[in-house]
Design a protein around this ligand. Structure first.
Ligand code: MN
Length: 379
């Protein structure tokens, strides 16, 4: 029986993880659940899964829940997420959105827990610090991001073999093939309509700008210890090949499946075993019949270029890239800036950034807060 804590249990990944676990109650025990503001849903989840620890966003909501569940330990705020992350158990599924996932991930690693990571910002901003902690504590970092789950699966049984290339697939988002002029005119509702995946709002916008792919390049670099120049983005609009690895003999191993996040979630939670799936699989005469691949255009989708550059430059650059992007996406979602402003402002911020290196966890948090403040004052 695996003891699982889920941060962000009411979000897209959290609810799908509970779908997976719902069918396998003999194999999993839920120790902790956390959310931000969706108290109605977490109330249902508590009744169904009986966690020992719960954390929510505000003190007020924690109080309300406590009156419904007097026997439960209920926490709130950032500290609440950390308490849940550190609670007794085997594996933490971190599906928080953004930079606030970093400290809970770090603390869970320090407690010796394996991590099922659906919070890529953790590795973008804190890659070195987090992966050092992973090896120091000898825990497993199991990717939940579909592309990284694919790469992870391609590498199983190939330990120590030389990778010549990671082929990271991308759907291309709703604006695939657009020119810079066309990107100038896109609206919020267009950007929120992802052609293949249903996801949270932040990652949906990141997919439209292709920053999501940029962040995933950085995530892959840390997870698989592969240099940036060996990570290549393939635009693959059908989202059936979830990524691939080319070895030095030029053999390419890929992982395929329908675009359904329950599959990578199952791989991470079930590891090293596979969990049977009750839904339908890929039909090669239908969804799998035509698979196409294109080159991305980093001159139009500048976020791709900025992510490579920030990661190459290292130090505080990726922290700035990630923190600034989070605020800019939030501003776009609030319709305070246009779509193209996201990449334009990021370019400016990175250009004038005065970098620092050899960052500890505290430094990363401080730099992140500074950049957020700077953008909020600027716009
Ligand atoms: Mn992904």
């Amino acid at each position: 029986m695996k003891k699982v804590a889920i941060l962000g249990s009411t979000g897209s990944i959290g609810t799908q993880a509970l779908d997976v676990i719902r069918g396998r109650r003999a194999d999993f025990e839920i120790t902790a659940l956390t959310c931000g503001t969706n108290i109605e849903l977490i109330t249902e989840q508590i009744k169904e899964f009986n966690p020992k620890i719960v954390a929510v966003g505000s003190a007020e909501d924690a109080g309300r829940l406590q009156s419904i569940f007097p026997e439960l330990d209920i926490y709130y705020g950032e500290e609440g997420q950390i308490t849940a992350a550190e609670s007794e158990g085997d594996i933490l599924l971190n599906s928080l959105m953004g930079m606030r996932g970093l400290v809970p991930t770090y603390r869970a690693i320090e407690m010796g827990k394996d991590i099922a990571l659906a919070n890529k910002e953790t590795l973008v901003a804190g890659g070195q610090v987090v992966m050092d902690a992973v090896s120091r504590n000898n825990v497993k970092m199991l990717p939940v991001d579909s592309e990284h789950s694919a790469i992870f699966q391609c590498l199983e049984g190939n330990k120590g073999k030389k990778i010549s290339k990671i082929l990271l697939t991308a759907s291309g988002g709703p604006f695939r093939g657009y020119s810079m002029e066309e990107l100038e005119k896109v609206t919020l509702s267009q950007a929120l309509k992802h052609p293949k995946w249903t996801m949270g709002r932040k990652i949906t916008i990141d997919s439209a700008t292709m920053m999501n792919k940029g962040l995933e390049v950085i995530e892959a670099k840390w997870l698989f210890d592969v240099p940036l120049d060996r990570i290549q983005i393939l635009v693959h609009p059908q989202s059936i090949v979830h990524s691939a690895v080319e070895f030095e003999d030029t053999s390419v191993i890929a992982q395929l499946g329908l675009p359904d996040m329950r599959i990578p979630i199952s791989v991470a939670l079930g590891y090293p075993d596979r969990i049977p799936y009750c839904g339908k699989g890929l039909d090669f005469f239908r969804e799998g019949a035509t698979l196409t691949f294109e080159e991305p255009n980093p001159e139009v989708f500048r976020c791709i270029k900025l992510a490579y550059q920030a990661s190459e430059a290292g130090g505080s650059y990726p922290v700035v890239l990630n923190g600034a992007n989070e605020v800019l996406v939030e501003k776009f979602l609030n319709e305070e800036i246009s779509f193209i402003d996201i990449q334009r402002t990021l370019e400016e911020m990175l250009e004038k950034h005065n970098p620092t290196y050899n960052l500890g966890l505290e430094d990363i948090i401080n730099i992140d807060q500074e950049i957020r403040k700077e953008i909020r004052e600027k716009i």
